[in-house]
Structure formats: structure tokens, C-alpha cells
Design a protein around this ligand. Structure first.
Ligand code: ITT
Length: 202
């Protein structure tokens, strides 16, 4: 059964880049991604540490729904938890990506990998969303490798050192928003969402 696609989805995030990337990815489907701040400005959630991105995303959406379900008026809501998982570091920084980025930064990750031959890594995006009735969870991956040299100025987080496997050797920060969105873990998770709910595809 084909479901009616939503006209808009509210996204609870403090990260404007995530908002831009999700908006770009969903524009093909004419689904507008709007910041939840537009209807509720002061929501604070506690991000649990540990486990995995899916667990963190689920905990976030439960907390946000508790606070804003009435204000949503049946509109859809999504949250995302994502991170960079470096194989040679046993998946570090993983669920600690945001904290590690704001402390030791990308230089810290580069230092840890300097002597290591294996530079493979992946980004993971876990999205939990509410369709007005139920919570669903999806996950997208983007395989790649770490560049020891930081290159480019677009994107955010670890993008200056992340070279996607399906790309042409440039880091995500050397790509336009459109180019990154075509390959990113976030887009893959959103595609899963579209497939899971069985409305006309991207
Ligand atoms: P929220 O308000 O949505 O939680 P956040 O930036 O704190 O925004 P996360 O808790 O999901 O997001 O942390 C993810 C971190 O992983 C993020 O801060 C980056 O350091 C890194 N990361 C995730 N996706 C990325 C991407 O597409 N490009 C670069 N870095 C990314």
C-alpha cells in the first residue's frame, strides 16, 4: 500500500549543516524539512552516552515527543544521531564524535592514525522519526577513508579529512552541498525512511 507522503517534517537538531543536508536530500520529493525551533524554541534533551547511534536517536525522539507532541499537530518529527567510526581505532570516535571533535578535533584523529596503514572509516547516521502515530528507526552508512591532510572548507565536523569511497578522491569538504548529499550517510538514512514507509521514492 502506498502511503501519503508528508509535506513537511520537523527536525530537532542544533546543527544547521544537518538541517541543510536533510533539506537538500528531501527536496527531490518536495518534502520540506523545517527546524523544530520554528514551533518550539527551548527544547533541551539529554544525550545518553554509550551503546550506539540508534540507541541515542531513539532516546532523543522519546524525550522530544514528550515535550512537543501536542504542538506538532500531527506533523512528522525526526531526530538524528551520527558519528565517524574509524576501523583501526575500533570504531572510535563513534558515538563520542561530537565531543571528540570539540576537544582534540580532527588533528587528534589524524595523529592517532599517522602510523597506521589502515585508514578506512565510515560515517553512520541513525534517524528516528515519528509519523504522527509511531516511531520508526533507520540507519545509513557512508564508507570512506581518512586523509592525513585536511582539505576543503565546506561541510562540517570531520568532513575535511573524510574521503568517501564512492567519490573521486576529494574530501566531503571539497564538495558542494549537492555532491556531498548524493553520497552521504544522512541521505542514505533518509532514503531508507522513504523506502520503509513506501511512498513514491527519491
Ligand atoms: P544534534 O543537535 O543533531 O545532536 P550534533 O552536531 O551534536 O547535532 P551528533 O550528536 O549526532 O550531532 O554528533 C555527530 C557528530 O559526528 C558531529 O558533531 C560531527 O562531529 C560528526 N559528524 C556526523 N555526521 C557528519 C557529517 O556528515 N560530516 C561531518 N561530521 C559529521
Amino acid at each position: 500500500m502506498l502511503r501519503k507522503k508528508p509535506e513537511q517534517i520537523f527536525f530537532h537538531t542544533g546543527n544547521e549543516h544537518k538541517l541543510d543536508e536533510a533539506s537538500q536530500a528531501m527536496s527531490e520529493l518536495q518534502i520540506k524539512i523545517r527546524s523544530l525551533k520554528e514551533i518550539s524554541s527551548s527544547i533541551s534533551v539529554v544525550e545518553p552516552q554509550g551503546e550506539n547511534c540508534a540507541h541515542v536517536a531513539h532516546s532523543k525522539i522519546m524525550q522530544v515527543l514528550d515535550l512537543v507532541e501536542d504542538e506538532l499537530n500531527g506533523n512528522w518529527l525526526m531526530v538524528e544521531d551520527s558519528g565517524l567510526f574509524v576501523d583501526a581505532l575500533g570504531g572510535f570516535p563513534g558515538v563520542y564524535s561530537s565531543y571528540v571533535h570539540s576537544t582534540v578535533g580532527i588533528e587528534g584523529i589524524v595523529k592517532l592514525l599517522e602510523e597506521n596503514k589502515d585508514k578506512s572509516a565510515r560515517y553512520i547516521s541513525s534517524i528516528s522519526f515519528w509519523d504522527g502515530e509511531r516511531i520508526h528507526s533507520v540507519q545509513g552508512h557512508c564508507k570512506g577513508r581518512i586523509s592525513l591532510e585536511s582539505r576543503g572548507d565546506s561541510g562540517f565536523g570531520y568532513d575535511p579529512i573524510f574521503i568517501p569511497e564512492a567519490g573521486d578522491g576529494r574530501t566531503f569538504s571539497e564538495m558542494t552541498l549537492l555532491e556531498k548529499t548524493a553520497l552521504s550517510h544522512r541521505t542514505m538514512a533518509l532514503k531508507m525512511m522513504v523506502e520503509k514507509l513506501n511512498f513514491p521514492s527519491m
